[in-house]
Every structure is written in C-alpha cells, then in structure tokens.
Design a protein around this ligand. Structure first.
Ligand code: CP
Ligand code: NVA
Length: 329
C-alpha cells in the first residue's frame, strides 16, 4: 500500500468501512471486558511487523504498534539509529533481509522512491507510513472520519456515498493533500486547494490526481487557487496540515511568511462562504499558525476522532495486506 492511487474505488471503500466496523466491534468487546473479537484476535499470531521509521511520529507509530498488538502480532519498531539502512547498508539489501524475517514492513521515509524501492525488492507486503508524496493510512482514517460524521450518507460497494461533498484544503500542497485529493476524486468528493504561489500541486502530481477519475462514474473535481476564500466557497469540510513538513525545517521562515493569510479561523470561513455546518480536519501535529485555537478546539473540529481513527485504519490495512495478502474483503 504505497498510495491511495493503487486502490480501486471499491477497495478504498472497503478499507474505510472495515476500519469503521472493526472500531465498533472492538469498542463493544472492550466495553464488555472481552478481548478484540475475531477475525482480529489471533490474526497475526506468530508474525512480526517491521516498522522502519526514519522520521519522528506519534500517531503512525502508536496506531501501528497498537494495531499489530490488537491482532496478536509483534510490532518491531526500527528507528533510523537502530538499523544499518542509509549509513552502512543499501535499500535493496535491507529490504531483502528484513522481508526474509518478518511478515510486513511499514516504512516512513523521505523521498517516495525509498518506500517504492523497498516494496519492489520485498517478499512481504510494504505499507507506506508517510513519504514525500503520500500518506495512505492518513487518508483511510480521514475518509473514515468523514463517513462517521455523516451517518445519513449511504455507502455502496464502490463508494462511501459522499458524492457532491466539498472539501477545501487551505495550506501547503503536500503528501497528506495528495493522497486525500486522490481519495476525493475516487469518492466523488470535490476538492478545492488554496496554496500560495510556488506552493501549489506539482504538474506530475496533478496529472496523477486527475487520473484517479478513470472508471469512476461521478469523480470528484479538483479546483486550484491561491486565494483561501475562493477554495472555501460552499465547503463542507476545511482541512489543513503543517506549512513546514518534516525535512523542510530550513525553509521554515520563508514558508511561514509565504502562508500569511492562510490561517483557518471562523472569520476566514465566514468570509469565504463555507457551508453553515462546516467541519474542520487536520492530520496533526498542528501548529497555531495554520489554524487558531477557536477552530481547532471548537465544536466543528473532528481532529481527535480523526487521530483515533488512525488506529482503525492501521487495523484495516494490516488485515487487508498482511492477513488477507492484498485481497480487500
Ligand atoms: N498524522 C500523522 O501521521 O502523525 P505522526 O507524524 O505523529 O505519525
Ligand atoms: N506533511 C507532514 C505530515 C506529518 C504527518 C509531514 O510530512 O511532515
């Protein structure tokens, strides 16, 4: 699982719905003092999941470790100072060796080709835990959050029933946006992106996002602007992420200056003409500059259910790719 681009609309829909149903079943079991129900309990017995993270992480690390544990497997966290990769050993050698001893590699990398190369040479499934281009586990959790916040929308086998919804992304065009936008196009959700000049979607990425409409009856439309208010018009959900992704710290001052006026506030949403019941999402970690406290901690904010859903997204992905070997049932 390298990107949402790899999934058909039906596969993506199933991953999201499975995440949601496992959440309900496990919570009910825990409330009754029981272990997680089958098919999760015991699903990874005797199996080790290697977690190779060369960048820091709260949600992705904790959710993956907790998901593997819930499925009775062993999560093996390998930080960048723990293994030879990148200092003493190539990606190829690392991939062949680690995949010969484990049942899955979950990898957080810098450049996207690093996780793609790991997958190419691995004998076990590889799950992208964030690369320069994509964050598929986040997108599964994000759509689970949207799905759960709109219970009147009825899913079908190939879509979550969210057609016509308007998402506005206000901020940097980054890895989290790219997979979210691909998910939106596949699910018939319109996405309007406002980024400052010079921080928009690269041409090759735009082409990939638009190609997600292939075979989709009512694909979501992508709109791009440099004016936050334009993206916000009629939005149901406002989304943002950090303006300075990991690895861009040296550009911090320049970026914060370039993104002036992009902070999500109630005033900005009102000025832009968001729908009256608009909601707010953010993958976290969050900084004051991209969204103020009033919105972030306010009643419109879905950020904490969104963060919790990372656990259920990890469960769903491990079930599909490790237990069911890529068959998304
Ligand atoms: N959203 C997310 O991936 O957070 P972490 O960097 O803490 O894993
Ligand atoms: N865009 C951020 C996401 C962190 C979860 C980054 O790449 O650092």
């Amino acid at each position: 699982l390298l990107s949402i681009a790899d999934l058909s609309p039906a596969e993506f829909t199933k991953l999201v719905l499975n995440a949601s149903s496992h959440k309900a079943a496990v919570k009910a079991a825990f409330a009754a003092g029981q272990v997680p129900p089958k098919p999760l309990h015991g699903a990874l017995t005797g199996k080790t999941v290697a977690m190779m993270f060369n960048k820091r992480s709260t949600r992705t690390r904790v959710s993956t470790e907790a998901a593997v544990q819930m499925m009775s497997g062993h999560p093996m966290f390998l930080g960048k100072d723990d293994i030879q990769l990148g200092v003493n050993e190539s990606l190829y050698d690392t991939s062949v060796v680690i995949s010969s001893m484990t049942s899955c590699m979950v990898a957080r990398v810098g450049a996207h080709h690093e996780v793609a190369d790991l997958a190419k040479d691995s004998s076990v499934p590889v799950i992208n835990a964030l690369s320069s281009d994509f964050h598929p586990l986040q997108t599964i959790a994000d759509f689970q959050t949207i799905h759960e916040s709109l219970p009147s929308r009825q899913p079908s086998p190939s879509s979550l029933g969210l057609e016509g919804l308007n998402v506005a992304w206000i901020g940097d065009s980054n890895n989290v946006l790219f997979d979210l936008a691909i998910g939106c196009v596949k699910m018939g959700v319109n996405i309007a992106v406002a980024s400052p000049t010079g921080y928009g979607i690269p041409d090759a990425m735009r082409a990939l996002i638009l190609s997600a409409s292939a075979g989709v009856a009512n694909p979501g439309q992508l709109r791009e602007t440099t004016v936050p208010e334009e993206a916000i018009r009629d939005a149901d959900i406002l989304v943002t992420d950090t303006w300075v992704s990991m690895g861009q710290e040296e550009e911090s001052k320049r970026r914060i200056k370039a993104f002036a006026g992009y902070q999500i506030t109630n005033e900005l949403a009102k000025r832009g003409g968001a729908k009256p019941d608009w909601k707010f999402m953010h993958c976290l970690p969050r900084h004051q500059e991209e969204v103020d406290d009033e919105v972030f901690y306010g009643p419109r904010s879905l950020v904490f259910p969104e963060a919790e859903n990372r656990l259920w997204a990890a469960v769903s992905a491990l079930e599909a790719f490790v237990v069911n070997k890529g068959k998304i049932l």
